[in-house]
Design a protein. Structure first.
Ligand code: PMP
Length: 311
């Protein structure tokens, strides 16, 4: 069997497709769909948490905004408003009667004209929801994970825009992920084309050294992560000094703490990089403090940061 933490999908009843709720098994596209041939899709990964005050979607507006940003640079116009998609996400959660779930809105160039020119293909939109647990392994959040630096780089400037969460970008992510898994690591960290630290295959990265928190900037070919912004805010509130700046690879080897952030990964500690222990080889105090603050918001439902959109 191939390596990696397995996360089978549990079907739910309905998927939202272009404004209609269709049965899970009927949510199909034609094989001539433009996105299938040319990677012309843009998506989001969002989480809905079961808080003490009811189900709430974390940073829903920010995710829908990023979906529109992702399509804008590709001149693809989503035929719905932001508000329609925000409402559609919540409706899809409600009809499927889920309390906590992962949410996947996807806009894609559909079935139109063959050929690279995308203008002749419509922009279709779908939203699926399903129950999803910890992304990087059962004990990842508590004990941390082992990662490697990937031999694959993130895209260079003016190749594929990394600020767009485009389907095609995830070919690179798949190479990073497979290489890591086949070598016995849970995740791979890609460097940018200059050799500076960029991000994981599906997560942003933070490093702690001498009590200062560091994270790579947008020009390190990262996806502008929404959890990254949440963590920056939490770090500010906790009084940690934060530096957003380019970092050489070797910062990973001398770090006191390293952690990954993402909607799926949440705040996952890293305990080793290329078999070099990070700090004492277990989650450190800064990581733990930020985890505690983050999970307090999504568990308690205390919306002091205005991140929660109750379903
Ligand atoms: N980088 C990549 C490549 C990702 O796929 C993700 C997950 N969307 C992230 C970073 C983290 O982004 P977010 O916190 O918005 O989920």
């Amino acid at each position: 069997m191939e390596p990696g933490y397995r996360m089978p999908i549990n079907k739910v009843e309905k998927i939202w497709m272009n404004g209609t709720l269709v049965n899970w098994d009927d949510a199909k596209v034609h094989v001539m769909t433009h996105a299938m041939h040319y990677g012309s899709s843009w998506f989001e990964g969002i989480r809905c948490y079961e808080t003490k005050c009811g189900s709430a979607v974390l940073c829903l507006d920010a995710h829908i905004q990023r979906l529109f940003d992702s399509t804008k640079m590709y001149r693809a116009e989503i035929p719905f408003t932001r508000k329609q998609l925000v409402d559609a996400v919540k409706e899809t959660i409600r009809v499927n009667k889920l309390k906590a779930c992962y949410i996947r809105p996807l806009a894609y160039r559909g079935y139109g004209e063959p050929g690279v020119n995308p203008f002749g293909s419509p922009v279709d939109v779908m939203i699926a929801v399903w129950e999803w647990g910890t992304y990087l392994g059962g004990e990842a959040l508590e004990n941390g994970i082992d990662v490697c630096v990937s031999s694959w780089n993130r895209p260079a400037p003016n190749t594929l825009p990394t600020m767009s969460k485009a389907g095609g970008n995830y070919l690179g992510s798949q190479l990073v992920k497979m290489e890591a898994l086949l070598n016995g690591y849970a995740e791979g960290i890609a460097l940018d084309v200059r050799g500076y630290i960029s991000e994981g295959s599906g997560e942003n990265i933070f490093i702690v050294r001498d009590k200062v928190l560091y994270t790579p900037p947008l020009i390190a070919s990262i996806l502008p992560g929404i959890t990254r912004v949440c963590v920056m805010k939490l770090a500010e509130d906790a009084g940690f000094r934060l530096v957003e700046g380019a970092m050489p690879r070797e910062m990973l080897y001398v770090a006191d703490e390293v952690f990954l952030t993402g909607t799926a990964a949440e705040i996952t500690p890293v305990r080793s990089v290329d078999k070099i222990a990070v700090g004492e080889g277990k989650p450190g105090p800064v990581t733990k403090k930020l985890q505690e603050m983050f999970f307090d918001v999504v568990r308690s439902g205390n919306d002091k940061y205005r991140w929660l959109d109750f379903v």
